[in-house]
Design a protein around this ligand. Structure first.
Ligand code: ATP
Length: 279
């Protein structure tokens, strides 16, 4: 990514809206969420919030229940119990309104490859009912250094370019809640750093609440205000990723992650230590 791109991603490209207070109503409230698939309990009484302007990491080993959680927040999977409210709107009661200010980007949910970057943004913009769509698309193409690729089919983009296109699509509706599944997984270190800064800015400048899943603990530590460790469908640990390792006698978040992942039955004890170490 060249300098113009770096600048366009890190500098303000439009007049800033008024900063959103972190005390405003939460972007997301998940309460006592449960999901059973036949005999498998994928999620068991999970509750958490994501505040406006907050970046929360959803961590956990394979099969912990992260994708199940995300799919219920996105309304594509019906919970067995509990509730999801986005910007104070219960998704079970008013799905369309709850999802209007939500968006999602993931490596595995790539944009249709036979459409160009510009066509994809226009297509999703029409789906979301974006006003002044042409101007919004141009703004995002510029911001994510995609203007020169606007007529390139998405299937021909490099993985880094696809990530930028997916993020541009995810910001079309200026979401209150953004769900990001490994947003930097396919990026080189420089591009990943640029995207991290852009996402941090989204939270701090625009007050977007972000739920971020990642297996890269260094990245989580540098980006997330708070993390939740899921294991076997339960939240085992929650807190500041910079303080949690020391509070649990681990040398790093990665070491702590490995211990939590390998000792899922110690859930009660983990939470007790977390509560004792709360500032
Ligand atoms: P990963 O990091 O590997 O993507 P994850 O944390 O996203 O894992 P989920 O995909 O949410 O985990 O899966 C949680 C549990 O639910 C797993 O035991 C999985 O096998 C099970 N599961 C997920 N989807 C289904 C389904 N459609 N039918 C039955 N079991 C399922």
């Amino acid at each position: 990514m060249h300098n113009r791109a770096m600048n366009s991603l890190t500098e303000k490209s439009a007049p800033s809206p008024a900063p959103v207070s972190r005390n405003d109503r939460p972007a997301l409230v998940v309460a006592n969420l449960r999901k059973k698939y036949a005999s498998v309990t994928a999620l068991d009484d999970v509750s958490f919030t994501v505040g406006r302007g907050e970046i929360v990491g959803l961590l956990g080993p394979n099969g912990a229940g992260k994708t199940t959680t995300i799919n219920m927040i996105l309304g594509v999977l019906e919970p067995t119990g509990g509730s999801v409210a986005i910007d104070d709107v219960d998704i079970a009661k008013d799905r369309a309104r709850a999802l209007k200010r939500t968006n999602f980007a993931a490596v595995y949910a790539s944009l249709p490859g036979n459409l160009t970057v510009s066509e994809n943004l226009k297509f999703f913009g029409l789906l979301y009912g974006i006003e002044s769509l042409r101007a919004r698309v141009d703004e995002l193409l510029e911001e994510f250094d995609l203007a020169r690729l606007r007529n390139t089919k998405c299937g021909l983009l490099s993985s880094g370019e696809q990530t930028r296109a997916a993020l541009a699509k995810a910001l079309l509706n200026k979401p209150t809640l953004l769900l990001l599944d490994e947003p930097t997984a396919s990026l080189d270190p420089s591009a990943a750093q640029t995207i991290r800064e852009r996402i941090k800015q989204l939270a701090s400048r625009d007050g977007c609440g972000i739920l971020w899943t990642s297996h890269n603990m260094l990245e989580v530590q540098s980006v997330c205000d708070r993390v939740l460790f899921l294991s076997r469908g339960k939240v085992l640990l929650e807190g500041d990723p910079r303080l949690l390792p020391q509070a649990h006698g681990a040398s790093s978040l990665e070491e702590l992650f490995i211990r939590v992942a390998r000792e899922p039955l110690a859930g009660g004890d983990w939470m007790a230590v977390a509560a004792d170490s709360a500032p």
